[in-house]
Design a protein around this ligand. Structure first.
Ligand code: GLN
Length: 465
């Protein structure tokens, strides 16, 4: 199909999602799609080979583009259009992708349900009363609804794998430093990763091949080539998969346990072995994450001061303090304010050692747990991605801790900076269940290759009984 045809189809699909009330997009336009298609068709006609020719890709709206607003789903960025583009976006465009839409998210990527968006919650494509997960819920929902084959999201603590699991799509968080953060609006800089969604592992891998690799504009990118998994199915004989017992608690939802047993069974049938392992510091991951991420957020969000970006409110006194107070008081939603308060508190004199420094030490213990099991001959870890399937909207909005616990199986990976993937492994009462593979540092390729094999043999959309 020509890029012009792909642009028309994408516009029609996005229109349908909007008409259904998914609320997954914050910005898209048929004319922007047409203009991009025109350029792609011209490049193809001129003989260029484009690895992602006319592939529609949606972007979480905390990734900057120069031709559309970037809101981070926050009032504080009202009217903001970036003067430059994120490296991941520039690389997608260069590869011929069609940037389809900017997608809805929890404000500044803080949340696990996309209910903390200033522009209304995203609905789960299979059940509008439920959440799609978060914070990249708009991107996950668009892929699950079939509007786009792939999308970018971001992870600070599970924000791609968790919604991928809830929506029944593939979500990949690459190892920290494999994809440039340039142009990703900073939340927790030691954790943030541009991450990808696809209908399949191959869709996600296609994006990663293009967007990964070193970038002089992000000094934390690793000096490693792009993530390039083998395109052909690999042999799983000899593969050793670890099941960390802390990720299979006694009260785990039985359907999720059964789904994971099937994945482990498939590994054995294909010639791999499955062994029990332990990551003893797992239970500290959520509390550690919810100290470190808010601490970094409180520093990163200081830049939204009413002077440089978006919203400006001159307070009643007319001085600079009043400007900060009025702009930030009006511009930030409740969850963002909570994070800034917690982050400022744990970094303040007298509390720094008790909270922030201690959290950093526990973070090292968590990373060591992983290093230890991977050092003992285990190639990959297999876990559920989430402790439940997609929950109902409103169920956890009054209880931040209940919301934070939705991240219990995903946040340790971010603290350790490792690659991980969630892929569909069956359904329970019609709702998707995700299986997670976690890889050692620089194991992104192997992880994607194994996931691609498992995806072929698993009944991804069948009810688990
Ligand atoms: N749910 C986590 C939070 O609210 C993760 C967010 C993310 O990964 N961006 O902080």
């Amino acid at each position: 199909m020509s890029a012009a045809g792909a642009a028309r189809e994408t516009a029609a699909a996005l229109q349908r999602c909007d008409a259904l009330g998914l609320n997954a997009t914050l910005h898209w336009s048929a004319s922007l799609l047409d203009a991009q298609a025109h350029t792609i068709d011209r490049r193809v006609a001129a003989g260029e080979t484009l690895p992602l020719a006319a592939l529609p890709v949606a972007l979480k709206d905390n990734i900057v583009t120069a031709d559309a607003p970037t809101t981070c789903a926050s009032r504080i960025l009202e009217g903001y259009v970036s003067p430059y583009e994120a490296t991941a976006v520039a690389r997608l465009r260069d590869a011929g992708a069609l940037i389809a839409a900017k997608t809805n998210l929890d404000e500044f990527a803080m949340g696990s349900s996309t209910e903390h968006s200033a522009f209304g919650r995203v609905r789960h494509p299979l059940d509008p009363a439920r959440v799609p997960g978060g914070s990249s819920g708009g991107s996950a929902a668009l892929v699950a609804a079939g509007a786009v084959p792939a999308a970018l999201g971001s992870e600070t603590g599970g924000s791609v794998r968790q919604p991928a699991s809830f929506c029944g799509v593939v979500g990949v968080k690459p190892g920290y430093g494999r994809v440039s953060r340039y142009g990703l609006v900073a939340f927790g800089s030691s954790l943030d990763c541009v991450s990808v969604f696809g209908r399949t592992v191959e869709d996600a891998s296609r994006l990663l091949r293009v967007i990964s690799g070193p970038d002089p504009l992000d000094s934390t990118t690793l000096d490693r080539p792009a993530i390039a998994p083998a395109p052909a199915p690999v042999d799983l004989r000899g593969l050793r998969i670890g099941l960390p017992r802390e990720y299979f608690p006694a009260d785990l939802d039985p359907a999720i346990r059964t789904a994971l047993d099937r994945v482990a069974g498939a590994v054995r049938e294909l010639g791999g072995t499955v062994v029990d392992v332990s990551l003893p510091h797992t239970r500290y991951a959520v509390p550690t994450y919810y100290i470190i991420a808010p601490a970094e957020a409180s520093a990163n969000l200081a830049r939204f001061d009413g002077v440089r970006f978006g919203l400006r409110r001159i307070g009643p006194e007319g001085d600079v303090r009043a400007l900060y107070r009025a702009t930030r008081g009006e511009g930030f939603g409740a969850e963002v304010r909570r994070r800034v308060l917690v982050g400022t508190y744990v970094l303040s004199a007298g509390y720094y050692d008790a909270y922030y420094r201690k959290a950093q030490r526990v973070r090292a213990l968590i990373a060591n747990d992983f290093a230890h099991v991977f050092g003992s001959g285990v190639d990959l870890l297999l876990t559920p991605t989430t402790p439940t399937t997609a929950f109902r909207a409103g169920e956890r909005t009054d209880d931040p801790v209940a919301m934070y616990l939705a991240d219990i199986f995903v946040s340790a990976v971010n603290l350790a900076g490792l690659p991980a993937i969630s892929f569909p492994a069956g359904r329970s009462d019609g709702l998707p269940i995700g299986a997670q593979l976690i890889a050692p540092a620089l194991g992104d390729e192997r992880m994607l290759e194994v996931a691609a094999v498992l995806e072929r043999v698993l009944p991804a959309t069948a009810e688990v009984r």
